[in-house]
Every structure is written in C-alpha cells, then in structure tokens.
Design a protein around this ligand. Structure first.
Ligand code: CA
Length: 231
C-alpha cells in the first residue's frame, strides 16, 4: 500500500462486517485502521489521523454518537455513519452532530465504497487545488522544490523541521497529536526522546518568525499536540 494512500478508520464491533469493509477498502487502495469500541476509536483517531471515518452508531461503551461529537470538536474529517434500519433517530442525531453521510445496514460494499470515494474526492477538490505550495500567513512551503519561504525570503530548513512544518501545514486549522507527528516525521514505532519534538517545534517557530506576537501561528494544544492556524 503506498504510504500516502488515504487512511480509513473503520469503527465497527461486528467482526465479520469489519473484516469485509476492511477487505473492500484495501481493494480500493485505501489503508485501514480498525477499532471495535468507542474508546478504541478515539485512541486510534489520535494515533492514525484518518482521512475518513466509517462509524458504527451502536458500539459497546462510548456510543458512535459520542465518538462523532468528540471527533467533531477536534477535526472536520469526513464521517460516514453505519446505522441500523430501525434507528432513524440516530441518523438525525448523527447528522446534527456533524456526520457527513450515513449508510443503513445491511448495505452493499459497492454502495459503501462509492460513498467513501465521493467524500474523499470532494475533500481533495477542496483542499488541493493545482498549486502544490502550502501557505499560511507569511509562510509558504513548496513540497516539490523542498523550499520554505517566509515573507517571500527563502529560509533553510533541516529535513525533519521541513517535514514537521509540512505535516502541520497540510493539517492547517486541525489538531495534530504528538503521536501522529512522531509517527509521521520520525517513523513508527518511535523509540527516541519525545522531547525531540518540542525542540523541533521551537526551531520551526524561530525559523518562521513565530514569536507569539501578536499571536502564535504554531499553537501548542496542551497535553495533546500542535495546531497551525492561519488568519
Ligand atoms: Ca454495532
């Protein structure tokens, strides 16, 4: 599976169904992460930063609706709910909580795959216009030329600093957890000193001239991770 293939988080406690969804998503070229409870879903969400979530509403423990609410408070990742035919109330509640779409069980895999494709496509269209340069405030990062400019002036970045900034800019406005950053920039599993991340964040802030005034661009979300904001 290519490393940049979209990641689908499948939250489903029915093992056979979860297997079948996984198989079909992988056939489509997506990478799949799984969770069988609401609590696992939150942990996996923080760990793998998925591009789309398939979320069963009826889960043991923390319900699918609770998971939906929590994830929406952190991220605008597309969420497609998997609901039972008899639970129209869940559908309404889920959509009100910010889910993007739903399918009713039993659904065909073809139906599910086409919904997933449509969601990912509209997301790509929104986020990735032809220009590959990632911009935020005075910062412009060109992944193809491996170049960072701040107020139009080129600034030299070391490879890890560059990757760190790239991941944050690609997720502009969204929380990126420490785990996800360590995973994506330093590789998984990460055995080094987690302080490495703090050190690199400090260097990146310095290089982009983020002195915290009048306000920070690269925010620390205490206890969780970092977020790059643009205004
Ligand atoms: Ca279920």
């Amino acid at each position: 599976m290519p490393r940049d293939a979209p990641v689908i988080l499948v939250v489903e406690d029915e093992e056979t169904l979860a297997e079948s969804i996984t198989y079909n998503m992988e056939l489509e070229g997506y990478r799949v992460q799984r969770a069988a409870t609401g609590t696992d879903a939150m942990a996996e969400f923080h760990r793998s930063v998925p591009d789309l979530i398939l979320l069963d509403v009826m889960l043991p423990g923390l319900s699918g609706l609770d998971v939906c609410r929590r994830i929406r408070s952190l991220s605008d990742v597309p969420i497609i709910m998997l609901t039972a035919r008899s639970s129209e109330g869940d559908v309404v509640a889920g959509l009100e909580l910010g889910a993007d779409d739903y399918v009713t069980k039993p659904f065909s895999m073809r139906e599910l795959v086409s919904r997933v494709r449509a969601r990912l496509r509209s997301r790509v269209a929104l986020e990735e216009p032809d220009d590959p340069v990632l911009r935020a405030g005075p910062v412009a990062l060109d992944p193809e030329r491996h170049e960072v400019r701040v107020d139009g002036e080129e600034v030299v970045f070391r490879p890890k600093e560059f990757e760190l900034l790239e991941v944050l800019l690609r997720n502009k406005g969204r929380l990126v957890t420490r785990e996800a950053l360590l995973d994506q920039v330093w590789g998984s599993p990460f055995y080094g000193d987690p302080k490495t991340l703090n050190v690199h964040v400090k260097r990146v802030r310095k290089k982009i001239g983020d002195a915290g005034k009048p306000r920070r661009m690269l925010l620390t979300v205490r206890g969780l991770g970092y977020k790059f904001v643009d205004d």
